[in-house]
Every structure is written in C-alpha cells, then in structure tokens.
Design a protein around this ligand. Sequence first.
Ligand code: SAH
Length: 478
Amino acid sequence: MASQRCLRRLASLSCKESVSVSSVNLRWRPALLPQSRRVHPHHLTRRSMTSTSLGQSIAKAIESTGPISLIHYMKQCLTGKDGGYYTSSPDPFGKSGDFVTSPEISQMFGELIGVWIIYEWMSQNQCNGKKVVLIELGPGRGTLMDDALRVMRKFEPFAKSVSSVKLVEASGPLRDLQCAKLCGEDIKPRWQGTNWTENTKHFGAPVTWYDDVRQISLQHDEAPFFIAHEFFDALPINAFENTPDGWRELLVDVKKNKLILPNSEEPKEPEFCFTLAPKLSAPARALNSLSPRYEALSRVPNAMVEISPDSHGYIINFSRSIHNAGSGAALVIDYGPANTVPMNSLRGIQKHKRVSPFVQPGKVDLSADVDFGALVETALRPDFNVEVHGPAEQSQFLFGLGIKERYESLAQMAEGDSETLAILKSGFERLTERGGLGMGRIYKALAIVPESGGRQIAGFQREAPVEEEPIAEEQPQI
Ligand code: SAH
C-alpha cells in the first residue's frame, strides 16, 4: 500500500516541468451574496421583450403554456442547443471571460489531482492489472487533464496502464479547446461515426468526447477514475419553498412590464422572475420521500431547498461503475455547504461579477451550490459496494496531497525569476487560503472509492472536523 511518504515524494517528483504563467490574478466564481427571491405570481399584460433570442423563445414558451420549472430554464440557458451559455460561448474562462477556475489559477491543482489518482491506483494494488480509464466531466479548457497527464507521464507503470481518456462535454467550442490543449495546437477532433476522438500528446492515450456520461460503456477489465471539478455546480436545480400548504415549487415566469431592447448589452433589470407554483407539482409531492433531510425541513416554516436530479444521476453512475469494476474512484471538487441543504444559491455570473440569473439568458453563467450531503446519500445506496470520503475542505485536501512541497519545488526552480515566483505564490495562496479571496474553505473535495474497510484516502485524513462555512454574506466577493 502506498504510504504518506510516497505521496509526498510523488508531489515533489512531479516538479520537473516548467511553471505555466497562466491567468493567476483573476477573480474566481462563487461566493456571491444571496439575492432576494420574492415571489409574486402575476399575469402578463403584454408581450415582453428580452435581450437575447434564447430569452425571447423562453418568454414565448412561458406566455403560451405558463411558468416553467427552474430546471428547464437553467438547461436552456446553460446547455440548450439554441444559444445556451456553454454551448455557444467560445471560451467563458479567464480574464476576458466570465470566471476563473482552480486549474486556470495554478498548474499545481491539476498536477495534484494526477498525483491523487496515481496514489489511489497504487493503493488499490495497481487495480490488479486492469486498464485505467480516465473520465473527466466538464473539462473546461482541458487544463486540469493536461496538467494531470503530464504528471502521470512521469510514472511509467501507471502511464502504461492508462488505456483511454474520456471527456464528457456539452460544448462544441470547448471540445475544440480541449483537443488543442491535449492533442496539439492545430489539431481538431475527428468524427468517428458515434463520437469525436483524437490521440493525446501524452503517451499516445486516445481521448474520446461524449455528450453524456451514460454513453460511456466500460469493459470488465477497465478501472474507471472519474474527475468532476466545478461540474456539479453547473447542473440545473429545482427549488422549493415550504408554504402553509406544504412544499411549493419555484417556477420561472416572465417579469411583468419589462421593456428591454433586443440585443441590448446591459439590461437594467431581470427579464424573468420566480413565481410559486399555484398547486402541488409532482416534484414537490415527491420531495419528502427523496431524503429524510427534506422531510425534516418540511416541518420548518418557510424553509427552502434546492435539489439537483442530474447530480443524482451522475453520482449513481460513478458508484455503479466503481462497484461493477471493484476498483477505480471518483473525485468531485466543487463549492457548497458540507452539512446543510443549499437554499437560495442560484446565481448568475458575468465578467467576474454577480448578476441576476434572470438577465440575458444564455449570455450569463448560472450556477448553484452543490449539496454534498445529497451526493453522499446517493453514492452510498445499499446496492453499491463503495465508500465515501469527505467532503473535505480544499485546503485540507491539497495540503494532504503535498501542495506545500510542490509549491516549494517549483519556487526553487524559478529562483531569480520574480514574476514567476509571484505567480506561484499567489496561486498557492488562492487555492489554499481559508479566508479572504481564498478557495481553501468554500471549495470541498469528495471521493468515492471501492469499499476498503477503513483504508486512509490521500487528502482526506481528518485532522479537524469540517466547520460549516460562514453565512453567505461573509463570503468573499468575486
Ligand atoms: N472543470 C473545468 C470547467 C468548469 S466549467 C475547470 O475547472 O476549469 C463547467 C464545464 O462543464 C464546462 O466545460 C461546461 O461546458 C461543462 N458542462 C456544463 N454542463 C454540462 C452538461 N450538462 N454536460 C456536459 N458538460 C457540461
């Protein structure tokens, strides 16, 4: 079994590469103030104008059939074929985009995830000769996978066992960026009848793209390793409020009396709003039976809950695949409360600022807190032979994997280069700090591994119980 000392060696050994000078000083995505969510059922008095063509088609649908579910609104806005945010933005990341993520802040992040996977593979007896399949969900620019593969290349026995890389990506433009990053600058993925595919520049491992994780079929001699960084927060949610008549779903309606010029760059006010479903909808009726946590909240007047059915589906897929293979792992890193059910967390993000989720549909990133408690509950369904570790704060996870050693090694290599040293330092601090603009506390890591009877999992060695984060008002601003 791989030891803690070995893990630290992995972290410092992986330091032979140069430091990538990426967009370090950018602001990051979550930690936004809650918006007011007052609900005013109303009837439209005239046809509304919205700022995007997607907004216009959503408004038209609402006007003809009534308010729509939040899930439906978010799906259209994020991954709808007709002008969804991810499906149509050429590149939402970085300074010129809307937000920045950890892999774009520092190469150390993806490298340490590579180290984590190698460590797990070693701890699982090199997965008994099975081929390793690396599966990433929502790979963004492909930076995390590129940094992880660069580390993996250095550990030949592991690199030799990797048979394929599989990426689940809804966006065509991002798929092209991922291919350029992983396969070579001018290389575009090739259509192979059912999927896009190409060979990576890293030990020739082939990469294939999928729209949905359910399209991936694993063979009996394959061990799957899933990575989902800032993927779950981008999945659509349903929201409910506990009224005197019981749970009521929050639906999306067109905002009354709004006149916004089509294609206007900056609509002054939201174009849509929440409205309470007038009667019990099917999802509201089912809520209490989904989890004792919701049942308990049904006794709290005015309680609100958010649920993400798609997240549930993805976690079932991870647990079932790991259970079937008897090996592999899933690593989820995202933001959200460790112990409570998220409420009122839907946010819009544009140009590194928080905006209403109801302005410029399709031009604004939408995200919601991840319900780690729900992920754990789902992963541990009795028919799966898996165990769950975490959620652990990102700072604990990264320190446990040796980020300090990695940082020191890189800093040593960059000695005399003050610009690179400053970038390294700010990246290290941004990823690990638990206060201010740091991501060390708000982001959390969760791992699913085969049942092991109490083996220690790298990055999840409990030193102190995870404290609940402060209320949203105290979170740093983007
Ligand atoms: N993991 C990356 C990007 C996070 S942004 C990083 O940390 O930098 C969210 C990513 O998930 C984007 O690549 C987006 O296109 C993808 N995505 C969002 N919703 C998706 C869905 N329903 N199916 C597949 N990919 C999705």
